[in-house]
Design a protein around this ligand. Structure first.
Ligand SMILES: Cc1ncc(COP(=O)(O)O)c(C=O)c1O
Length: 391
């Protein structure tokens, strides 16, 4: 019988991380799988204080239907965080995931080419597949992407956009070097390709560095996606898009057709938290806490695996990207790891073709120190069992 569902339903892969969430519902599994913040660090008292204050001060119009663009209070605060932007260039979205959906709606007709890093963010890859995009990958290293390959793709495939996470990437934790960004901006101009910079992790920076954004390099031809999910709380579902007004008007229209507007109530509260300088203070405390967790995971990896694995210590974000010996298929290792009560995300899911590989993504922000120690030990035991079985 023909399916009643649209073709895209058949193209819709279920996110591997969601599947893992089902598996690890079993309580005693330690999970490094999800890209989750540490719940104990959610600033509940701050939110409570600002919420009480806002309930007394906020204009009644906040409750009213309005333009899809979002609360002016929040858009102005966000515009201040950029070098070249005004509130007219900001659209508030329901998480940055909605920003990705809006991009697809605005730019992708079936079969249109887009370029992504390899590896890239799983939920974005799934979404692009849902829109039947022709996804082309450009290899990523710890210094940035292969710009020679990128130029070939720009020249021969004429992509609609290049989707990238240049800072503290998901899944690798890597950041592009400045020269790479400058070259990508040059190629974007030459071939007239939009650069989409997804930037959820930029604020979680554990070492001194200056991150040059595409908003500065390419203000007219870039779209920046942002979110409060990693710096405040994911459940507010507040993200934003920054782009030139000619794009923003179209994005706004695409959003209106989906949900008319995002709720403004929490936008107002978040704007107040930003305006009072409390978001910066909170992010500072997150950085202190996450840096120590990152160090704990680096130490545990060194202790358990020594030189048997390859990785960079991430200078920001939430993830370690670990490479085991080439002969290890981390998708197969996953089942053994679950028996040892440890979960991670196998590297293959971050590539378009899901080809087997020997990488894993480990999240270090959500686990406790105890779990980091025990979890990495369990991972090593799982690897030993895998190696014994595959000798
Ligand atoms: C690269 C990237 N983009 C977008 C998102 C979605 O975030 P949000 O909660 O704002 O929808 C995530 C979440 O993990 C992410 O890692």
């Amino acid at each position: 019988m023909d399916s009643i569902f649209a073709k895209r339903v058949q193209n819709a892969p279920r996110s591997f991380t969601r599947k893992i969430l089902d598996v690890i519902d079993a309580k005693d599994i330690i999970s490094f799988a999800g890209g989750l913040p540490d719940e104990s660090l959610f600033p509940h008292e701050l939110i409570k204080k600002e919420m009480n204050h806002s309930l007394d001060t906020m204009p009644r119009s906040i409750y009213q239907y309005s333009q899809a663009q979002g609360a002016i209070q929040l858009r102005s605060e966000l515009a201040k965080t950029y070098t070249n932007s005004t509130e007219k260039e900001i659209l508030i979205t329901t998480g940055s995931q909605q920003g990705l959906d809006i991009l697809c709606k605005a730019f992708i007709d079936e079969g249109d080419t887009i370029v992504v890093e390899a590896p890239s963010y799983l939920a974005a890859l799934n979404l692009f597949a849902l829109y039947n995009a022709n996804i082309q990958e450009v290899p990523l290293t710890c210094n940035g992407i292969d710009t020679i390959q990128l130029e070939i793709l720009f020249k021969t495939k004429k992509p609609k956009f290049f989707y990238a996470i240049p800072t503290f990437q998901n899944p690798t934790g890597w950041s592009w070097k400045k020269e790479c960004k400058v070259e990508v901006a040059r190629l974007a101009k030459k071939y007239n390709v939009i650069i989409v910079e997804d930037s959820p992790y930029n604020a979680l920076k554990y070492e001194e560095s200056i991150e040059l954004g595409f908003e500065e390099l390419l203000p007219k031809l870039s779209v920046t996606l942002g979110t409060f999910s990693k710096t405040l709380v994911p459940d507010f579902r507040i993200g934003w898009m920054r782009a030139d007004e000619k794009f923003l008007k179209v994005f706004q229209n695409m959003k209106e057709n989906t949900d008319l507007q995002s709720p403004k109530f929490f936008q107002y509260i978040v704007a107040k938290i930003m305006k009072d300088g409390n978001l910066s203070l909170h992010v500072k405390s997150l950085i202190e806490a996450y840096r120590v967790k990152r160090n704990a995971m680096a130490e545990a990896l060194k202790k358990e695996f020594g030189k048997d694995i390859e990785y960079e210590i991430p200078t920001g974000g939430m993830f370690f990207w670990i490479k085991f010996d080439d002969k290890v298929d981390t998708m197969k290792l996953f089942d053994i790891a679950i028996e040892h009560k440890i979960a991670y995300v196998p590297g293959s899911v971050f590539y378009k073709d899901n080809k087997k590989n020997s990488y894993v993504r480990l999240n270090f922000t959500n686990a406790t120190f105890e779990d980091i120690k025990i979890g990495i030990k369990r991972l090593n035991l799982a690897l030993k069992e895998y190696n014994a079985k595959h000798e």
